[in-house]
Design a protein around this ligand. Structure first.
Ligand SMILES: [Zn+2]
Length: 490
C-alpha cells in the first residue's frame, strides 16, 4: 500500500496534474480532454503500481528493499561496473541537463527578473538585444552562441523572446520561442560560459476572470480589481458606440471580465498578448454580454449571446454639448415661414462651433451646401438607415463624399447657415427612405452568425463562460417546442 500512496503522491505533483488546471480556449473541449488524459494517467499509474505489488508478493525481500532503499545510494549496474573496469575512460564532457525551468525557478524565488519581448515587423534578434538591458559586452557572445541553434535572420514577426537577468541586471540566459512548444535557449554557467540548448515546453494560454463592482468610474474600479490597462482599452473598444462607460455606469453596477494570458511552462505570466474574451456588465437592470469569436476566416469580433455583432443605436443628440430641443420632429408652425408644415428632424440649439458627431458608423453620401439646409452632410448607415445634418457652420477638414466615419467621430460644427433663426443643428434620421423621429431609439441591427459559424460560436462561448446558457436564455431556458409528429401521435 505504501507504494500506491507514493505513486498517487508523485502523480499529484506531476505536470499532468498541474496541466489539468490549465484552460485553453482555442480548442473546444480541451478541459474535458485534459481531464480524460489525467484520469487515464492516474489509472495506468495505479495499474502499474498494482502489478509491481502483486508480481513481487512472493519475493518479499525485494519489496522490502524497495521500501527501505530510499536513502541508500544506488548500486552501480553491471554495465557501469564493466565500463569502469576498462580503465581507459574516454574523456566525456559533462553535458549539464538544462531547462528553462532552472531560470524560471529563479524568477519565482525572486532571484531573477524575466522580461518578454515580441519581435515587431522588420525587427531582428539584434533589435531585441539593442533594446534590452543586457550588458553590451555580452552581445557578441550571445549572438554567436544562439546562432549555433537557429538562423536568426529567419525569426518571424511575433516571435517571443524571454530574457532573464539577476537583480543586479547581470545576464542569466534567454530563450526564443520557435513553435508553440519549442524553444532554443542559452544559459550562462557559473564559469561565465554560455551553453546553448533546446527546450520543449508549452507557453500555455490561460483564462483570467475578474469580477467587481463600480465604485465611481468603470476605469478606476476595473484597475483596482486588477484588470490590466490593455484589457480595459479592449473593453471600451468592444462596446464603442453601444455603451458609454463614462455617462452610463453607476455606483453598484457590476462587471465580469474574462481575458486570456500567456503563461510559461513554470507558470510565469507573460506581460504580452492579453486578449479580452468576455465582458459582462450589469448596468442597473440592463445586462450586457459580449463574447469574442473568431470566424472561420480568422476575423475576430465581439458578439452578444445570440451571435449578433455590431448592433448600434443611432445617436439621438449627436452634439458634444447638452442641447436645448428648440423644435421637435413632426407637424408645427414654421418659425420663419409661419405656416404649418412637417418638421422632418429635430432642432438642437447649441452655441456656434459646438462639435457635431456622426450618429452611427457609415459613409458620407452628401457634403456641401443644400438650399435651406445651409451647410449639409448626409451619411448612409447599415440596415437602411441614413442621418442628415443641416445649418452647420463648417465641416471637419478632410471629409468628402465617400469618407467612412465612425459613430462619435466629429464631422462638423454647429452654425446657422441656410434658413435658420439661430445656431442649431437640424438633425434627421431616415429609415428606408422615410424620416423618423430622431429622439426615438433606433437600433441598427448588426451581423448575425448562422449555420456552422453559429454552432462554432455556441461551443466557443460555452468554453469561455460557465453561465453562457443563462446569458443566452435567461434564468429559465425555454423548453424546446415539440416536433409536429410527436403531437399527432397522441
Ligand atoms: Zn429643423
Amino acid at each position: 500500500m505504501k507504494i500506491l500512496q507514493k505513486i498517487k503522491k508523485a502523480a499529484k505533483q506531476s505536470k499532468v496534474f498541474r496541466y489539468r488546471t490549465y484552460k485553453k480556449i482555442n480548442g473546444v473541449g480541451h478541459r474535458a480532454l485534459t481531464d480524460r488524459i489525467f484520469f487515464a494517467t492516474m489509472f495506468s499509474l495505479l495499474f502499474v503500481g498494482a502489478l509491481i505489488l502483486f508480481s513481487n508478493e512472493e519475493d518479499k525481500e525485494i519489496v522490502n528493499v524497495a521500501q527501505t532503499t530510499e536513502q541508500e545510494t544506488p548500486q552501480p549496474t553491471e554495465q557501469e561496473v564493466v565500463h569502469s573496469d576498462l580503465g581507459d575512460d574516454p574523456v566525456i564532457e559533462e553535458i549539464p541537463e538544462l531547462s528553462l525551468a532552472d531560470l524560471e525557478k529563479k524568477v519565482i524565488s525572486k532571484e531573477a527578473v524575466l522580461s518578454t519581448y515580441v519581435l515587431k515587423s522588420g525587427e531582428t534578434f539584434s533589435t531585441f538585444l539593442t533594446k534590452s538591458t543586457i550588458d553590451q559586452a555580452e552581445h557578441p557572445k550571445i549572438l554567436e552562441t544562439i546562432s549555433t541553434l537557429v538562423n536568426l535572420n529567419t525569426l518571424p514577426q511575433g516571435t517571443i523572446i524571454l530574457s532573464f537577468v539577476d537583480n543586479n541586471k547581470n545576464f542569466l540566459g534567454l530563450a526564443i520561442q520557435l513553435a508553440s512548444d519549442e524553444f532554443v535557449a542559452i544559459i550562462k554557467m557559473d564559469d561565465g560560459n554560455l551553453v546553448p540548448f533546446t527546450h520543449t515546453g508549452q507557453v500555455s494560454i490561460q483564462q483570467e476572470r475578474i469580477k467587481g463592482k463600480i465604485e465611481r468610474t468603470f476605469q478606476g474600479s476595473a484597475q483596482k480589481a486588477g484588470v490590466p490597462q490593455s484589457i480595459i482599452t479592449q473593453i471600451t473598444n468592444a462596446l464603442d458606440g453601444e455603451f458609454d462607460f463614462r455617462s452610463n455606469m453607476r455606483k453598484g453596477d457590476t462587471f465580469d471580465i474574462i481575458y486570456t494570458k500567456k503563461v510559461t511552462p513554470s507558470g510565469i505570466e507573460l506581460d504580452i498578448d492579453k486578449e479580452l474574451v468576455f465582458i459582462g456588465l450589469q448596468n442597473g437592470k440592463k445586462k450586457i454580454y459580449r463574447y469574442l469569436y473568431k470566424n472561420s476566416k480568422g476575423v475576430a469580433g465581439y458578439y452578444n449571446p445570440l451571435g449578433q455583432r455590431g448592433e448600434q443605436t443611432v445617436a439621438q443628440r449627436p452634439v458634444k454639448a447638452i442641447p436645448r430641443l428648440s423644435s421637435p420632429y413632426g407637424w408645427r408652425r414654421h418659425p420663419v415661414l409661419m405656416y404649418r408644415l412637417f418638421h422632418s428632424g429635430a432642432d438642437l440649439a447649441c452655441p456656434t462651433g459646438t462639435p457635431i458627431y456622426a450618429g452611427a458608423d457609415g459613409v458620407i453620401t452628401q457634403i456641401g451646401r443644400k438650399g435651406a439646409y445651409g451647410k449639409y452632410i448626409r451619411i448612409k448607415h447599415a440596415g437602411g438607415f441614413e442621418t442628415a445634418y443641416g445649418h452647420m457652420n463648417g465641416f471637419r477638414k478632410g471629409l468628402k463624399r465617400g469618407s467612412r466615419v465612425k459613430r462619435g467621430e466629429v464631422i462638423a460644427y454647429v452654425g446657422a447657415t441656410g434658413r435658420a433663426t439661430g445656431p442649431h443643428l437640424h438633425y434627421e434620421v431616415w429609415k428606408n427612405g422615410k424620416t423618423q423621429n430622431p429622439l426615438h431609439k433606433h437600433v441598427i441591427a448588426g451581423y448575425q452568425l448562422t449555420g456552422f459559424e453559429m454552432e462554432q460560436f455556441k461551443l466557443m462561448a460555452e468554453s469561455i463562460h460557465p453561465d453562457y446558457l443563462e446569458h443566452r436564455f435567461g434564468k429559465n431556458p425555454p423548453i424546446p417546442p415539440k416536433k409536429p409528429h410527436e403531437k399527432t401521435k397522441n
